[in-house]
Ligand binder design. Structure first.
Ligand code: 5AD
Ligand code: SF4
Length: 483
């Protein structure tokens, strides 16, 4: 599953603190989940002491990192087409006397390291998600080596212990990885193979990072993990009233602690598994005001037969009862989900069961995909492949229903005055942009007399619902006072 083939056994090349690193440019392209977005940020942090400053343009980049996603076939194919274009750029830069280091990181690197170096020998570094703390050493080796440097082990040491502290968020919304990996082995999924076994970061490390993020201006912290609600940690010694003797913390307890950090106005967590949705976490949705009324809880299918074939470890009833209990705790909760249509063996009746589940739950949004066979996963060897045109028809029907539900959810908010976290300028001049408690992007004209500095949580009245955003108007101070 993993391999490590070093072309040179050189020692780490730590930056010399006495000498300023030469100015260099770094381009990171990120695909896939928010975890990859977080990892890309951390890779930029690691490389900054070597003199690498961010750029958006491949032509001026001394190093390009493609942080890749392997979850569906389409995502991995994109990597190879991007590598083809980068070969041209690398050759052009070389003709101008400049070197370019090309690195492939993330889950495609983990799963297809050998294929990458065979198909794209101009790649200098291949690194898996568990090894990016070794990047400076790999960069030094790549500059000297005549072949690719590959690091796709699951190292015994904890990557998080070897990473520099986060340099702070780049805006009021910050991601914080608290858990990685997956032991659930859903039939269709590559994650247990690319990200390894479930691992939770200690509570003390998470709290310390959250404090740094808040001190750096983060108002909304999004906790990340492939199975984030499976997070379990030792109670930190510095926190009183924590664990019962010998006991640990679950995610609900961690959220309560994070909500107390000065500056933290909002918390979210993603992605969760129905099996790990415990009573304390459900209750937390009604009890922690900073915990936003939003939960992404993938169900994948509404058919018990397909859920069993998927090895999900839950049926449709469990999901429906979770939705009811969550809404009892937090009536305005926006529930979103992931679906796969056309898993091997899925019949028309199974698909009808998925449609029924969607109708009963009512989702605020969802991602839905056609099943795509991933090499090495159990489903890829299961019989009963569903024809492509059948998958297309089922996906179309499912997406139409999900779209209608999302539109209805958004429209129901029009007319309400809600708290919006201001994240920056809008796309049009004179606009501010932000996000609602339910994670919808919101934009509003900067009315004279209104103030909406970045990072502020301000009341806005929602005026119209669009397919992917809401438009709003700022509530002026005198209106707030009158209310
Ligand atoms: N085919 C299609 N969709 C998949 N997903 C994961 N693996 C596959 C696959 N082989 C979807 C699941 C998951 C989301 C991140 O991607 O719905 O929740
Ligand atoms: Fe993949 Fe299933 Fe694990 Fe989610 S729970 S990462 S779908 S194996």
């Amino acid at each position: 599953m993993s391999s490590s083939a070093d072309v040179l056994a050189a020692g780490p090349a730590a930056p010399d603190p006495g000498r300023a690193a030469p100015a260099r440019k770094l381009l990171i392209r990120t695909w896939g989940c928010q975890m990859n977005v977080y990892d890309s940020g951390r890779m930029a942090d690691i490389l900054a002491p070597l003199g690498y400053a961010p750029t958006e343009r491949a032509e001026e980049a001394d190093m390009v990192i493609l942080n890749t996603c392997h979850i569906r076939e389409k995502a991995s194919e994109k990597v190879f087409s991007d590598l083809g274009r980068l070969r041209v750029t690398k050759n052009e830069r070389r003709a101008g006397g400049k070197d370019t280091i090309i690195a492939v990181a993330g889950c495609v690197a983990q799963a297809e390291g050998a294929e990458i170096t065979a198909r794209a020998p101009w790649v200098d570094i291949v690194l898996g998600p568990q090894t990016y703390h070794r990047l400076p050493e790999m960069v030094a080796r790549a500059s000297r080596a005549a072949g690719a440097v590959i690091e796709t082990d699951f190292p015994a040491e904890d990557k998080f212990d070897h990473l520099p502290e986060t340099r702070g968020p780049s805006g009021p919304v910050a991601f914080l990885t608290i858990q990685e990996g997956c032991d659930k082995f859903c039939s269709f999924c590559v994650v247990p193979y690319t990200r390894g076994a479930e691992f939770s970061r200690p509570a003390a490390a998470v709290i310390a990072e959250a404090r740094r993020l808040a001190a750096g201006g983060a108002r909304e912290i999004v906790l990340l993990g492939q199975n984030v609600n499976a997070w379990a940690g030792e109670a930190p010694r510095t926190v009183s009233g924590g664990a019962s003797p010998g006991g640990g913390w679950g995610l609900a307890r961690l959220l309560r602690e994070l909500a107390e950090i000065p500056g933290v106005a909002r918390l979210r967590y993603t992605t969760s598994h129905p099996r790990d949705m415990g009573g304390d976490l459900i209750a937390a949705h009604g009890e922690i005001p900073a915990l936003m009324p939003y939960l992404h809880l993938p169900v994948q299918s509404g058919s018990d037969r397909v859920l069993a074939a998927m090895n999900r470890g839950h049926g449709a009833e469990l999901y429906l009862s979770l939705a009811d209990r969550l809404r009892a705790a937090r009536p305005d909760l926006a529930l979103t989900s992931d679906f796969i249509v056309g898993h091997p063996g899925e019949t028309a009746a199974d698909h009808a069961a998925t449609m029924r589940l969607v109708e009963r739950v009512g989702f605020a949004g969802a991602y839905s995909f056609k099943y795509s066979a991933r090499p090495g996963t159990p489903a890829a060897a299961q019989p009963g492949a569903v024809a492509e045109d059948v998958k297309d028809a089922r996906l179309g029907e499912l997406q139409a229903l999900l779209r209608a539900q999302a539109d209805a959810f958004n429209r129901a908010l029009v007319g309400r005055t809600v708290d919006v976290l201001v994240t920056g300028a809008g796309r049009h001049p004179g606009q501010v942009a932000g996000r609602s408690p339910w994670l919808q992007p919101v934009h509003a004209p900067m009315a004279s007399g209104g103030t909406a500095p970045v990072g502020a949580v301000v009341p806005m009245t929602l005026r119209a619902a669009h397919p992917n955003s809401l438009s709003a108007t700022l509530v002026l101070p005198e209106e707030t006072a009158a209310a």
